[in-house]
Design a protein around this ligand. Structure first.
Ligand SMILES: [Zn+2]
Ligand SMILES: [Zn+2]
Length: 153
């Protein structure tokens, strides 16, 4: 049984063939984010010198909660990918991205997960202008709250 997202890139590394990777990669929850659908991955893999080059796009969406008002937010994610993975496995930093390539096995799942994780915002907002929740009544300060507007400062 082969695990999800493991790609044999032997033909790319050996024969120098170009490989088109079109895959739907399911993503595990990350922090407070969850992913409603698999990431749509469209990458071209080719060998350039001593590295494996991956170019293309990744599209998905992340679900989270607004940091101010806690409303559900669906954040579309579109990544332009241009990655070079060194083929020198021996000196690879185990925490670096190079561990996505072991021998001729590309761990596409792990690569996509790393790229998506690093693209997620630290603070998610439903909208830049979000006023958050009213400290007095707990409703959204977007007209729902009818308390007199008093500035805490
Ligand atoms: Zn909000
Ligand atoms: Zn209020």
């Amino acid at each position: 049984m082969s695990s999800v997202g493991k790609i044999d890139v032997g033909a790319v590394l050996g024969a120098g063939r170009e490989l088109d990777l079109h895959q739907a990669i399911p993503l595990p929850d990350f922090g407070s984010f969850s992913f409603p659908a698999p990431a749509e991955v469209a990458l071209a893999a080719r060998r350039v010198g001593r590295s494996l080059e991956l170019e293309g796009t990744i599209d998905t969406a992340a679900d989270g909660a607004c940091a101010r008002c806690l409303d559900d937010v669906r954040l579309p994610i579109h990544l332009e990918v241009s990655e070079n993975i060194e083929l020198d496995g021996e000196r690879a930093d185990p925490l670096g991205e190079s561990n996505v390539l072991v021998g001729e096995q590309l761990d596409l799942f792990d690569l996509v997960r790393q790229l998506i994780d690093s693209a997620l915002p630290i603070v998610l907002l439903c909208n830049e202008e979000c006023q958050g929740l009213c400290p007095a009544c707990g409703k959204k300060r977007d007209g729902t709250c009818t308390c007199p507007q008093s500035d805490p400062e």
